[in-house]
Design a protein around this ligand. Structure first.
Ligand code: SF4
Ligand code: SF4
Length: 117
C-alpha cells in the first residue's frame, strides 16, 4: 500500500515531504513530485507535512485521483532513471500560492523532456 502524490502538488513543490521521508523515495519533475511505489515503506511521515494535502495512501486516494497511483509509478521510474531523486527541501515554485486554488489536471504535469532537458 504505497503512498501516492496527487493533483494538489502540481506547480507547488513545497518539498516539505522529501525532508521527512526515511527512504528518500521522492522523485522530482519540473512541477510535480512522485513517490516510487516499490521504495515507499508506508510510514505516513510525509502526509501531515504537505501543506496542500496532496499525499494519500493508495487505497485512500479520492476517487477522482485514483489514476495518480499509476502516474506515480510511471513518473517516478522515469525520473529515477534520469537521476532526479530529491532528498532536500528547496524553495517552492514561484507560482505555488496562485496554483494552490487553481483547477488543474494531470495534463498540467511537465516532464523534463518537455522542458528540453
Ligand atoms: S509537500 Fe506536498 S505539494 Fe509539496 S512537493 Fe511534497 S507532495 Fe508536493
Ligand atoms: S509514506 Fe513514508 S516512505 Fe512513503 S513516501 Fe511518505 S515518508 Fe516516504
Amino acid at each position: 500500500m504505497p503512498y501516492v502524490v496527487a493533483e494538489p502538488c502540481i506547480n507547488c513543490k513545497h518539498t516539505d515531504c522529501v525532508e521527512v521521508c526515511p527512504v528518500d523515495c521522492f522523485y522530482e519533475g519540473p512541477n510535480f513530485l512522485a513517490i516510487h511505489p516499490d521504495e515507499c515503506i508506508d510510514c505516513n511521515a510525509c502526509v501531515p507535512v504537505c501543506p496542500v494535502e496532496a499525499i494519500y495512501a493508495d487505497d485512500e486516494l479520492p476517487e477522482k485521483w485514483e489514476h495518480y497511483g499509476e502516474w506515480n509509478r510511471y513518473l517516478s521510474e522515469q525520473w529515477s532513471t534520469a537521476g532526479y531523486n530529491i532528498t532536500e527541501k528547496k524553495d517552492p515554485l514561484p507560482e505555488a500560492e496562485e496554483w494552490k486554488e487553481k483547477e488543474k489536471t494531470e495534463q498540467d504535469i511537465l516532464t523534463w523532456e518537455s522542458q528540453g532537458e
